[in-house]
Design a protein around this ligand. Structure first.
Ligand code: ZN
Length: 50
């Protein structure tokens, strides 16, 4: 049985947080990147990209 684990991680930024990764304006957490939007997993904030 083969497990097909799809890992979707962005290793763009280091642990020091130096990145241009967008942050949540509400709670300053990093936003999760989706196809056309960014969402905050903490407070539920969402940004739609066009
Ligand atoms: Zn947030």
């Amino acid at each position: 049985m083969t497990k097909h684990a799809k890992v979707e991680q962005h290793e763009k930024y280091g642990e020091d947080g130096s990145t241009d990764h967008p942050k949540c304006p509400r709670c300053s957490s990093f936003l999760a990147q989706h196809d056309n939007r960014q969402t905050c997993g903490k407070c539920g904030y969402a940004e739609i990209e066009k």
